[in-house]
Structures are given as C-alpha cells and as structure tokens.
Design a protein around this ligand. Structure first.
Ligand code: COA
Length: 271
C-alpha cells in the first residue's frame, strides 16, 4: 500500500462557520493542496460535522489564492507488485482519498467550490462532486492525468461529461488542456467568474440568497436533481413526486404555506 498515512497532527483542513455557511479550507499550501490520506480523512470529518449541524445551510470549499487543489498527491502513487491486489481492494473502502469523493456524492447539503488558482486533476474532481463552482479570474482548470498515464479516477470521467457533454470532456481529458476561468464559464463548468480573490465572497453571497429558502426543500431539490440524472425521465418524475410529497409531512412546508397566506416571512426549523 502507499506510504501515505491516514492520520496527521497537522491541520490540513480548516473549518470555520460563517453565518449559515461552513467554509472548509484545504490547508496544505506548500503542496498546492494536493490531497493525501490525512487531508481526505480530515475533510470527511469536517463535512460530517457540518452535515449534522441543522443550522448549517451550505458548505463552501476553498483553497488559497495560488491553488484550490493541484490534485491527488502524486507522491502516494507507488504500486509495488506485491501490493497490487491490496491496492485494488483499498480503492473501495480503506483509501480515504477515494472514499472522500463517494462521501461527497451522498452529501445532503449544497457544496459550493470557491476556486482561485490551480484546480487540477483530483482538485477539479473534488469540485465536480460539489454542486457548482464559482471562480476567481485567475483560476485554471484541467484534468491532466493522462500526462502521467493515469486517468481521472476520482469520478472525472463520469462527472465531467455529465457537466459539459462527452465530446468536449474527452477532448479536455485527452489533451490535458488548461482552461481559464472565462473558458470554463463558457462551457458551464463554472457558474460564475468574479475578479481574482473574490470567489469566496461570491459563494457566500449565494448562500445568503439561499437563506430565505427552506433547508428541507434545498435538500430535496438536491436529491431530486442528482438522482434524476441517473434515471429515465419517467422515473425521474415519480421520484420528484415522492420527494415533493415527503415534504408534506414537514412542519416547514406548513409554515411556508401559512406564512405566505399571512404575508410574513416564514421561520423554518429544518423539520
Ligand atoms: N502531488 C504532490 N505534490 C504536488 C502536486 C501533486 N499533485 N502538485 C504540486 N505539488 C507540490 C510540488 O511537488 C511542489 O513541492 P516541493 O516544493 O516539495 O517540490 C509544490 O507542490 C509546489 O509545486 P510546484 O510544481 O513547485 O509549483 P509550480 O507553480 O511550479 O507548478 C503546477 C504548479 C500545478 C503546474 C505543478 O505543481 C503541477 O503540475 N502539479 C501536478 C498537477 C497534476 O498533474 N495534478 C493531477 C494529479 S493526478
């Protein structure tokens, strides 16, 4: 197995509450936030805490001004012959640098990636497992794995085509081409481009806009959209209907409708 440990005393992830958002910062600046086992473990712990806190509406992921994340830690890619079958097994559960992506796939709260600088390889794959990306003008995006004779193995070959279409996704992965923030916006890889250094502020402003919405409705919209992309349209309509009906049992839905009738702002409790 790789020599990367799963524990570290270093704080590779910083987590800070900001209003209804939790800002999670990748904090390995000397390695451009390349993700290793310890960082992935800490990231899941931070996401876990935020998901369990009912007051938290959304998560904002960020790096620093030079790099959101330069990908998987390439120094952990040793593969001794005698370890190959263990490594294969480890990809499924033990290796946290894999588990963190699947963890995000099942995450129930909005995850917005506020990207400045490099967003490469596993860094872009991380952002793609989030719900959308907001980029500062200097951001650069690429899946350069093929340059190392790797493939984007953290969901990139699946998530990128679903986001921008298979033809363009293949071209970008085959060429490892780097996209500017403006190029990324043009192909809808990112939702917004803002002046350099302002991606976090933009992400916070979006969470601010979401604050008037019911948190249960936000969760169900995420479930309906994510599941819907994996099923035939007719089944998508059924599951949408089921999720809409599930809300009928919530206090928040009653409060939302009542508040509208009473011409006042609703007070949602997330229940
Ligand atoms: N894994 C491990 N370490 C990484 C890394 C990665 N994916 N990306 C950057 N680093 C480390 C560098 O090795 C260097 O460490 P050192 O100072 O101990 O030598 C440090 O981060 C700074 O990177 P450096 O290459 O010196 O910065 P740069 O500004 O010259 O170049 C990049 C920046 C992003 C172009 C370059 O680091 C790069 O190509 N990284 C790999 C990107 C990639 O292929 N990602 C996909 C991985 S599957």
């Amino acid at each position: 197995m790789s020599s990367q440990g799963t524990s570290s005393d270093e704080k590779l992830i910083l987590s800070e509450r900001d209003g209804r958002a939790v800002v999670i910062t990748l904090n390995r600046p000397d390695k451009l936030n390349a993700i290793n086992e310890a960082m992935a473990t800490q990231l899941m712990a931070a996401l876990d805490a935020a998901e369990a806190d009912r007051d938290v509406l959304a998560i904002i992921l960020q790096g620093n001004e030079k790099a959101f994340c330069a990908g998987a830690d390439l120094s952990g890619f040793s593969d001794a012959t005698e370890d190959r079958y263990d490594n294969y097994r480890a990809r499924y559960n033990q290796r946290k640098t894999r588990a963190v992506y699947r963890y995000l796939h099942n995450y129930t709260k909005p995850v917005i990636s506020a990207v400045e600088g490099f967003c490469l390889g596993g860094g872009l794959e991380l952002a793609l497992f989030g719900d959308f990306i907001v980029a500062g003008e200097g951001a650069q995006f690429a899946l350069p794995e093929a340059r190392h004779s790797l493939i984007p193995g953290a969901g990139g070959t699946q998530n990128l085509p679903r986001r921008i279409g298979p033809a363009l996704a293949k071209e970008l992965m085959w060429t490892a081409r780097r996209l500017s923030a403006a190029d990324a916006k043009e192909i809808r890889l990112v939702n917004h481009v803002v002046p350099k250094g302002e991606a976090l502020a933009k992400a916070k402003a979006i969470v601010g806009e979401m604050e008037a919405s019911g948190p249960l409705a936000i969760m169900m919209i995420k479930q309906a959209v994510n599941r819907g992309t994996e099923m035939p349209l007719a089944l998508g309509f059924y599951q949408e209907s089921d999720l809409a009906q599930l809300l009928a049992f919530s206090e928040d839905r009653q409060e939302g409708v009542k508040a509208f009738a009473e011409k006042r702002k609703p007070k949602f409790k997330g229940q």
